[in-house]
Design a protein around this ligand. Structure first.
Ligand SMILES: Cc1ncc(COP(=O)(O)O)c(C=O)c1O
Length: 439
């Protein structure tokens, strides 16, 4: 449905709640604009003052099957009457088991053992512990621009914005490598941006910093999310896989943001034909309920009883929601539709690129797309303030968008979005750029 803005947000009810929020709630989150939600349905959000928005955020790639998907709501309602907290740590119940059985149908062969947690950070934390337990090695490699969460292990990997790390160290022993970033290549050549990073890992990291036999895992986002929706060359992951195979290092794919058909395949790593050793999933897999998943092969997930667990891991409500999500995702042709709509979105963004100098780069795969804003296409100076103004103007016109990286706008709508809604969003964005550029 198209947006319907009855009064410019924030309206009086939103202002009141925001004031109360500022008095009692930790203000450590970043909110790009003052949206106070009341309810949601599929691709639309309503604020407390009755304004309707078209949503291009999916709550940061969470509501892939649409906000308040009726199948998910029904599954949660029914499960809530039976058993919510199943005390999975101490007692077994069928819903988490059913969920795990179903999930493995979507995963590469052999990925048949599931560890349950409650968030993206927690499922990454589990991956780190598992990698250390399995390899008996201490170090990790992750990437600049990477975001893996904010608990200590996950934050040690994260290097996307210094405010997230400032005053929180020291961290785990993680070495950061440049990401294969075609628009801002580490080796200055887009065409070889992946090969240059691989050389850096082999020559600089292995040659001068840490011997590969001390590295437990390389942790990578197949498409970088918070770092700016960066799609690396498909060969990047393959080359990381080769390094890992050569040195018995585990490859961990953090698919928390890129998973669940966000890029048109269940896992984004499928585009490269690469099978990671450990896969992390969260966000969309719970359909709006907290659910973290760490998956590995039997021979890797050998940690013994008592070595890792959490009170809410395997929560019956989250797993019932997750099961409903998987049933929706298994609909014939779901991934192809995402790819088709993603191409439509990208074409529209390329048209905006032709019209607006502020857009330096357009990129994406499936419905994980981004535009990087620059003040000058030659120098590629990030257009941070302009991005803020555009997001704000779009919001006031009823389009919700999110930033990523220094000056990227990300597009991660519910995967259920239709092309006419994509077109509506692009029109609003076009006007937002025109206004910002004073056209
Ligand atoms: C790739 C990736 N990993 C991990 C996380 C952390 O997830 P959470 O915020 O649920 O802890 C995020 C969150 O945005 C993410 O994008």
């Amino acid at each position: 449905m198209k947006p319907d803005i009855k009064l410019t947000p924030p309206g009086p009810l939103a202002v009141d709640i925001l004031k109360r929020d500022s008095r009692v709630v930790s203000q450590s989150m970043v909110r790009e604009y003052p949206l106070v939600l009341h309810h949601a349905s599929d691709v639309n959000l309503w604020d407390v003052d009755g304004n309707r928005y078209l949503d291009f955020t999916a709550g940061i790639a969470v509501m892939n099957v649409g906000w308040n998907n009726p199948g998910v709501v029904r599954a949660v309602e029914e499960q809530a009457k039976l058993l919510s907290h199943g005390a999975f740590l101490d007692f077994c119940s069928e819903i988490p088991v059913k969920f795990a059985e179903k999930l493995t149908e979507f995963l590469p062969e052999g990925h048949n053992r599931v560890y349950f947690s409650n968030s993206g950070a927690e499922c990454v934390e589990a991956a780190l512990k598992l990698a250390r337990y399995h390899t008996k090695r201490k170090y990790f490699i992750s990437f600049y621009g990477g975001f893996h969460g904010r608990t200590y292990g996950a934050l040690s990997l994260t290097a996307s914005n210094v405010i997230q790390r400032k005053h929180f160290g020291p961290f785990l022993p993680v070495i950061h490598a440049p990401y294969a970033y075609p628009y801002r290549p580490f080796g200055l050549e887009s065409a070889t941006c992946d090969v240059d990073v691989i050389h850096y890992i082999k020559d600089q990291i292995f040659g001068t910093e840490v011997s590969p036999e001390e590295i437990a895992a390389i942790v990578v986002e197949p498409v970088q999310g918070e770092g700016g929706y960066i799609v690396p060359p498909l060969t990047f992951l393959k080359q990381l896989r080769e390094i890992c195979d050569e040195h018995d290092i585990l490859l961990v794919a953090d698919e928390v943001q890129s998973g669940c058909f966000r890029t048109g395949t269940f896992l984004a790593s499928e585009h490269s034909g690469v099978k990671a050793d450990i896969v992390c999933l969260s966000k969309a897999i719970g359909g709006g309920l907290p659910l973290g998943i760490t998956v590995a092969r039997d021979e890797i997930m050998t940690w013994p009883p008592g070595s890792h667990a959490s009170t809410f891991g395997g929560n019956n409500l989250s797993c019932a929601a997750g099961l409903a999500v998987l049933e929706i995702l298994q609909e014939q042709g779901f991934g192809e539709k995402v790819l088709d709509k993603g191409r439509y979105l990208l074409e529209g963004l390329h048209r905006l690129h032709e019209r607006h100098d502020l857009i330096g780069d357009v990129r994406g795969i499936g419905l994980m797309c981004g535009i990087e804003l620059v003040t000058n296409r030659e120098t590629k100076e990030p257009a941070r303030d302009e991005r803020g103004r555009i997001l704000r103007y779009a919001f006031e016109q009823g389009l919700t968008l999110l930033p990523a990286g220094a000056s990227t706008i990300r597009f991660c709508p519910p995967l259920t979005i239709e092309k006419d809604d994509i077109a509506t969003g692009l029109d609003i964005l076009d006007r937002a750029f025109a206004k910002c550029e004073g056209i």
